[in-house]
Design a binder for this molecule. Structure first.
Ligand code: ATP
Ligand code: MG
Length: 420
């Protein structure tokens, strides 16, 4: 788990602002659910036999011996919220987004942490194929805004629960005959979620998988039509994708459309976002049978890939820095500082009694746009001396004109002198 220091936080904020703007332009609204849930929620939603639940979940008993878990992802929590607050009856379709930390006890490495962050959307309450396409287009827009063009989008259809049952039975029969050629993990998977064998990266398993029959012909007509409509919309919108028959995703709740976006520049952990449809989840957790679709973006990996977008600015710089020429002027400067801040001017001053030279150095280091000098002469005349650090010019102005002066000068400049 990592500290995120202030210089870095600024990058996070810029990415988060951009994400929020995109989510909101597609009419998704933010939802915030607790970081801790009853552990059973995740085993029921994600699946007992998945790596996330089996190996990666931070699970503990609280003082009342309730089994709790730090959320490893947000979809299960959001499905719980939808059911608990009766949204099926009152709203039908909801479009929600979230941004926040998730927890998985994995081996930390580049692009993989134990506390990491995801931003994602969940559309709950509709079977419409337009929403699958909408989610993918939203993801593409985000990448485009961040200047990330070299992404790869893999899509696949894993069918409804009935299809999955049929496919699982048939694949299990075929793969059991090949059991000796599979890795230990996949031999185990023969008993549980056989589909996950298709996802295995080990060369010995890949050989077996590549020789399997095209299992998507076992998917029912309804699900095939749904998927074909999704990819037709993507093509119309000009999105390039690859139909990837081995893409099944590691979570049990997916049905029909699944997708994953990878960025080659990320190296070994190249998946930046993943998602799909989960039509059975809400009813599996005790709610109505409603369709749903969503995705999650891994923000650590998104940041790694957003160097171009984030280059340049590293932090917000103050509009002004106040400098005093005597200790006596300090109290007046302190009050002036307070007035400026109250009026939305981002500014600071030295409280350590530093020399004039040292104060000017500090203003330079802070990269303040203006230095405001308040000395004995200025106090007597009710003025301040304002030095524009960009242009190197200095002028004397009346104190009551200072705030309008700063606002005028900064009008239209990013982040400067905001109205409060
Ligand atoms: P991976 O293949 O990296 O294990 P996953 O299939 O476990 O990913 P999802 O559960 O689909 O991942 O989560 C969506 C996204 O969240 C991933 O594509 C990735 O960008 C990010 N993510 C998942 N686990 C971590 C982690 N431990 N640290 C950082 N980011 C992560
Ligand atoms: Mg994982």
């Amino acid at each position: 788990m990592k500290d995120i220091l202030p210089d870095e936080v600024y990058h996070w904020q810029r990415i988060e602002w951009l994400l929020r703007a995109h989510f909101e332009s597609f009419c998704y609204r933010e939802i915030r659910t607790p970081l801790v849930e009853e552990a059973g929620l995740f085993s029921r939603a994600i699946g007992e036999a998945t790596d996330i639940v089996n190996k990666e979940m931070y699970e503990f008993a609280d003082r009342s011996e309730r089994q709790l878990a730090l959320r490893p992802e947000a979809t299960a929590s959001i499905a719980r919220t939808y059911i608990e607050h009766g949204f099926a009856k009152t709203h039908g379709v909801v479009k929600w987004y979230y941004i926040g930390p998730m927890f998985r006890a994995e081996r930390p490495q580049r692009g993989r942490q134990r506390q990491f962050h995801q931003a994602g959307v969940e559309l709950i309450g509709s079977d419409s194929h337009y929403y699958d396409a909408e989610a993918i287009l939203l993801l593409c827009n985000i990448m485009h805004s961040l200047g990330i063009e070299a992404w790869r989008l893999a899509v696949n259809n894993i069918g409804c629960l009935d299809d999955r049952r049929l496919i699982t039975d048939r694949l299990r029969r075929i793969l059991t005959k090949e059991r000796s050629a599979l890795c230990d993990d996949c031999t185990q998977r023969l008993q549980g979620n056989v589909l996950r064998i298709l996802d295995c990266k080990k060369p010995e398993c890949r050989k077996v998988i590549d020789a399997l029959p095209e299992w998507d012909r076992w998917i029912c007509d309804g699900c095939t039509k749904h998927f074909n409509r999704v990819i037709a919309l993507l093509s119309c919108a000009g999105v390039t994708y690859t139909k990837e028959p081995h893409l099944v995703r590691g979570l049990d709740y997916y049905t029909k459309t699944v997708f994953e976006m990878t960025l080659p520049q990320l190296g070994a952990q190249d998946a930046v976002a993943a998602g799909g449809r989960y039509d059975a989840l809400i009813s599996q957790l005790g709610g109505e049978r409603v369709g749903a679709v969503g995705f999650a973006i891994g923000l650590e990996r998104l940041l790694l890939a957003s160097a171009h977008f984030l280059s340049g600015e590293t932090k917000k710089t103050p509009d002004a820095f106040l400098v005093t020429t005597s200790l006596e002027a300090c109290d007046s400067a302190f009050i002036l500082l307070y007035q400026l801040r109250t009026n939305g001017v981002m500014c600071d001053m030295d409280f350590e009694g530093k020399s004039l030279k040292a104060q000017m150095r500090q203003a330079g280091k802070a990269a303040a746009r203006f230095v405001i000098i308040l000395g004995e002469d200025e106090i007597r005349g009710g003025t301040v001396t304002v030095k524009d650090m960009g242009q190197g010019v200095q002028e004397s102005i009346q104190q009551e004109r200072l705030i309008p002066f700063l606002k005028e000068r900064s009008a239209g400049e990013h982040g400067a002198c905001q109205d409060t």
